[in-house]
Design a protein around this ligand. Structure first.
Ligand code: GTP
Ligand code: MG
Length: 587
């Protein structure tokens, strides 16, 4: 046959295959473009992340080029390509490659992302040589770690084993490496914002992070202090309080003392009105904290004066910025008395008001239930510590889901839509290690006292976030999902998966479930509304809910099938089966 007489584009597939067997590069290009969609569909079923997918695609076509000569029947190219693609995916993960800690993407997003990143990668390649050079010239004390991690792609654990160092030391050295490299490449680091509180406060420098975690009041500040990651450029941490002394302990976070003229640096001692006044006095500063944010997580212990009254204000301001705004709060212990309980109820109503009008979701953790999950004979301090851990877990479930490597990773609108108008959101956590860890963690999450007797099966929607060590595999994920969603009647589910190196040693799997429960409380009668006034603008900020607003709130809307959102459990299962594979390598 004289292939030359017709153009490559007009060739039939089978003739293209024969041309490629004759080493025709133009034909190879054409074959690639015709069969890329097929390759993608297989990669999409088997790859975990976009960066993996891209590398796998290259592997596939290399294998095709190298082996197509051996294909006897050109007509069977499509079937052969399928097998090549499938094997390439399996091999890729068997080699321990992959990029951890990213959330699964669907096909369209995967393709989009790759296109979007092409230019960036090109530039990356150009600076790669410079980067290599810089790593090779690192100070001796950190060079070895830098070379292994950045140039030879070792995992932190492997480096620690090889150099006989604790992983913490390796991480510290890596952070020094990062600092040197940043300087070398003149990358601006996150500004240090440890501002004094004595002058009445204020954060003068703007953060570059679009994700803000904001603790309000004593408990909120403690949570922020505990979860502070000074090296993290991805998230900015803020501590807000009326109480100067509390703020002083939050070194590392950006601190904002509010209401200097109202409480003179003291707490409100449980006085909601004072808290509101303090917020009104410091409205500009509060607003500046959430400026340009994309994700704002507000955390507080409800029941006191500051957190209870100021958290709703911060949430409102964040929502004004159109940030995804989620509040993670505790309710007080019964033993703290009626007044605190009533204050917490008011705070919740105000937060729910913002959930309807401004904030997107309020996750509530009853401190009383925390007592149930730990030994009764521990001290109050230990219970509070546990409660803080749970708050942190909830916050991490959200950040794991939304950001990756400092970038917002899933569509925030999807999350907003998912949680919108959900008045009763609860959280549970299940952890386990060892044999059947996924099953046990899922069962623990299902039976967690944090659900206050509610069943995940009755949830209208659930967000499931799994944090697991790198050797967590698809079957385990499947087991967990089967248990969690098995009896679910509506089964609307959104999930995120984060591989965490710090779980490697314990082998622990942590499943966090954020469940939107039907709202059985008859809140229609709840009183409308306090509002507070911005001192400067005179603008009113609504802080609780009218009955019609509330009635609106309980009509949740169905969500379309889209990225990370699935309408039934079996779809979730099959998607995960096809998406999550075995061992992954940390970065
Ligand atoms: N999880 C957790 N909850 C706490 C902690 N401390 C207090 N709480 C809870 O949070 C509620 C509010 O307490 P604080 O945060 O200290 O109060 P505040 O917001 O600072 O308000 P004022 O001090 O009254 O202005 C309490 O009633 C407790 O139920 C803590 O360390 N961890
Ligand atoms: Mg306080």
């Amino acid at each position: 046959m004289h292939y030359e007489s017709i153009s490559i584009c007009d060739q039939k597939d089978v003739d293209l295959v024969r041309l490629v067997q004759a080493r025709d590069e133009a034909a190879f290009k054409e074959l690639m473009s015709r069969y890329n969609p097929l390759s993608w569909s297989i990669i999409n079923e088997n790859a975990r992340q976009h960066r993996d997918a891209e590398e796998i695609l290259m592997d596939i076509w290399m294998v095709v080029w190298e082996n197509i000569i051996g294909l006897r029947n050109a007509e069977s190219f499509a079937g052969w390509l399928r097998r090549v693609a499938f094997t390439a995916c399996k091999r890729y993960y068997a080699r321990g490659k992959s990029h951890q800690n990213e959330i699964l993407l669907n096909y369209e997003d995967l393709a989009l992302q790759i296109d979007r990143e092409a230019e960036k990668r090109f530039n990356d390649d150009r600076i790669l040589e410079d980067a290599r050079e810089a790593v090779q010239h690192l100070p001796q004390s950190i060079r070895n770690v830098g070379i292994k991690y950045y140039l030879e792609q070792w995992t932190i654990t492997d480096i620690a084993d090889e150099l006989n160092l604790p992983t913490g030391t390796v991480k510290t050295k890596l952070s020094k490496v990062r600092n040197v490299l940043r300087k070398e490449f003149e990358v601006k680091t996150k500004p240090i914002r440890r501002k004094t509180v004595s002058t009445g406060n204020i954060i003068t420098e703007k953060t570059q992070s679009s994700v803000r975690i904001i603790g309000v009041g004593g408990a909120g500040c403690k949570v922020v202090k505990t979860m502070l990651e000074p090296e993290s450029a991805d998230i900015a941490f803020y501590a807000i309080d009326t109480d100067k002394e509390t703020l002083k302990t939050c070194t590392g976070a950006m601190q904002l003392q509010i209401g200097e003229n109202t409480t003179h640096g003291d707490s409100t001692h449980g006085n909601l009105a004072l808290g509101r006044q303090a917020a009104a006095e410091s409205m500009d500063q509060l607003r500046s904290i959430v400026e340009d944010a994309q994700v704002v997580i507000v955390t507080a212990g409800l029941g006191g004066g500051t957190g209870t009254s100021v958290a709703p204000v911060v949430a409102s301001l964040a929502r004004e910025q159109e940030a995804l705004t989620i509040c993670v709060v505790t309710r007080p212990f019964h033993a703290e008395g009626k007044k605190r309980d009533e204050s917490a109820e008011i705070g919740l109503q105000e937060l729910h008001n913002t959930a309807s009008q401004r904030a997107d979701a309020v996750v509530t953790i009853p401190n009383e239930q925390v007592l149930e999950i730990i030994n009764n004979h521990v001290s109050l301090q230990d219970v509070l510590k546990e409660s803080n851990e749970i708050l942190i877990q909830g916050i991490c479930a959200i950040t794991d889901m939304t950001i990756c490597h400092g970038e917002v990773n899933v569509s925030l609108d999807d999350i907003k839509e998912f949680v919108r108008e959900q008045a009763n959101i609860q959280m549970s956590i299940g952890k386990a290690s060892g044999e059947n860890r996924a099953t046990i963690a899922a069962q623990n999450a299902m039976s967690s006292p944090l659900l206050s007797g509610n069943r995940i099966a009755d949830a209208l929607k659930v967000i499931i976030s799994v944090a697991a060590p790198p050797n967590f595999d698809v079957h385990e994920f499947d087991e967990a999902m089967t248990i969690l969603l098995d009896k679910s009647e509506t089964g609307e589910c959104m999930f995120g998966m984060a591989y965490k190196e710090e779980l490697e040693q314990s082998g622990e799997v942590v499943i966090t479930v954020i469940a939107c429960m039907p709202d059985d409380k008859k809140k229609q009668d709840s009183k409308p509304s306090d509002s507070i006034q911005d001192d400067k603008t005179g603008e009113k900020i609504e802080t609780s809910l009218s009955s019609s607003e509330y009635a609106n709130q309980v009509n949740f809307s169905q969500y379309d099938l889209s990225q990370h959102l699935f309408n039934d459990a079996s779809l979730v299962r099959s998607t995960i089966e096809n998406s999550v594979s075995t061992a992954v390598k940390d970065q």
